[in-house]
Design a protein. Sequence first.
Length: 289
Amino acid sequence: MGAVCARCSDIKKTTDAPRGLRPDDLEDEAAELGLSSEDERSSVAASSEDGAADEEKFKEGVSVILKDTGKNLKRGKTMAMKEAINVARKVGLKQSHISEAEALLTEHKEKQRREDCEKKVQSWFLSSASEDLAQCERLLQEAQNAKVNEKVLARLQGHFEHLRITRPLEEDELEQARAYVRQSCREFVNAAINPPGRPVLMLDLDAGRKIPGFLSLNAPLQRVILKAEPDTSDAQGDMLDDDVPGKEAPLRTLRALPAKADKQVAASKGFTDIQRDEGDNCLALRDRK
């Protein structure tokens, strides 16, 4: 409890020294001990040089650790890389080395985020939640931000479009659809009953020729007439006369369906030769029998 520490004792002794002590007296004391002021100064200078050398050696060590940590950067090593960068800043390592390490860390984080998101997408497709449009939209946004693989993103984007198109319509959308169908029917009938008829493009299923023509309805709307344009020529410039398809049939005996849904049409050479988007817009007229 009442003991005086060594440093405090030293201070007391110094205070009790004669007040008239001069620098020359210190020189004399140093001489008695076999020391000189030059020796003291040389010792201080040598100590400074050793300290500078130790500091540079420490910086080199930090630089090596920073590079090694960057090379071996993998999942679970992110925190070690952050600590290495912080130490590098504190010891004053070159900014170029620090920037390079920060770039490696950022790249590693982005890769880790991308891989995690791709796994999430894969698991999501295997769950019942994959039929939820809202969840699909959120996951699509997350995948775009994470810059996932193009194939993964394309699959997710395609699924989103499918869910969006096939979702149940809202009441206002149903009314819009009904209005569109009514208007389209009016326009179709109006064009079909007025000469020369509604312009159409017929497809020769055997030769693959596209033949401009007209579809018309007789005045009582009982019969459908399909004819090619007069003086029609094919892609090679040859005139198409008697061999051009022309049909007429009672309207009540016909049914219309997408061409690609008709097995006979879909398997024909003429249909398989056309572009996919053209095939999606083709209509087949079949006898109800």
